[in-house]
Every structure is written in structure tokens, then in C-alpha cells.
Write a new protein. Sequence first.
Length: 260
Amino acid sequence: MTDEEAIAAVRAKLSRRFISGRGLEIGAGARPFPVPPGAQVSYGDMRDRAALQSYFKTDAVQSGREIDAQTLAAIADASLDFVISAHVIEHLRDPIGAIVNAIRVLKRGGIHLLVVPEMRRTFDRDRPETTVAHALADFRDGGVGTCRAGYEEHLRYVHPILTGQRYSEVEIQRQATEAARLWPKYGAHFHAWTRAGFEALLQTARDFAPFRRIQAVSAANENLFVLRKTSLASFRIRQFRRRLTVRFSTHGITDGSHCS
């Protein structure tokens, strides 16, 4: 079985198991995720159809309406049964914010299906992995503070793999500064993860949105994660418990041993 066949088989299996009702795929481009019969999927992308056709060098693209994959601002809360995002989140400046907004637009029990490149098997293999601390900083400021560093990493670690060309440090700094100034004109992978690294990100994202990871699987050069939206009540209970844990830890109270 080739890598493409393995990927197609895993995607089809997850789709049959978890996708139903009415939903959205973000950034499908020339490779839309399969959906089972009866599921209704619409498409959204930051580019229009002509731009997508030019980018992917084919007329066979899924464009749909213009949509901000970071905020999903045009989509009402609790309005969809599923949101699919395949090879998109690494392009976004604020990955935790993107997950929070995908969960926001889902109905309770809805599915967010994320496909994330495995950095060790892609052109991101030489760059530093995105840490949870980095993603939290991005969540606080929308990724503004690390935008330039993302372009810098691309130019230093990824560009040589893609082109065989290495820039001088002066040229890396110049281009990174210019690209950040013109964002979002120039796309890049702002983030890169191993499966374990993205699992850690999801665990942290649960502090900001009501969901749980119910499935994770790897196929060739991608890792696939299935998130299910949980109730707001259970989320608020988890937040309350977390605040208590932080409060007690701050005051040196971790169990009942200090109580009389």
C-alpha cells in the first residue's frame, strides 16, 4: 500500500465513523476530505476559486465562500455538526484560538476533525517543534508576537529543503521582517508538530474550550485527531477544578494533610 492509499483508507474510515449531519471543511483546496453519503458539507477558504486554481495548478478545487479559518467569524455558534480542517492549522498564527473557534461553532456532540502534518516526515523536519508555551503566547496575542519568527524558521530550515538554496543570515532577517509586515500575503507553516507535541497542545486547549479527544491515528506523513464537543456545564466544572488546583498549589495545599 502506498502512502497515498494509506492516507485515503484512514480518512475514509474516520469519515464513516464520525462525520454526519451538516458541516464545513476549511481549506479543502484540491484534496477535499471524504464525507459519507447523507452528510452535507460546505467549503470555505481565504482564497477565491481563481486563486486556488492558480495555487494548486488545477481546476478541480473546492472553494466555497470566503472564510477566516482562524476565527470562523461568519459562522454562528452551535450551528454545525462537524468541522474538518486538514493541513490548515499549521498555517494559522494562533492554533489554540482556531480550535476554540471550531468548537464554538459546533453543536454539543459535534465533531472537529483535525489533520496535522507529522513534522518528522515533511519538509518541517529540521525546524524546532512548536511548544505549548509558544502556542499559549499566540493565543494571548493572536500570534502577532511570533509571526516574524515563523517566517524566519521557514526561511532558515524549510526553504533549503524545498529549493536547495540557503540564504545568508542577513537575507533571512530581511525577508522575515518584510513577510511579517505584509502578513497574510505570504503563507507559510507557522507551526510544526510531532504527534506527541500536538497531543500536548490539545490537552492545553481543553482549558479554553469544551471538548475531548476521542480518537487519534497516524497515516504516512499526517496525524489525525477527532475532537467531540462536550457540554458547557462539564467544561465549567473542569475550569473550576483547575482554578482550585492552581489556588491550592500556590498556597502549598495539595491534599488534606495540612488540615486539622
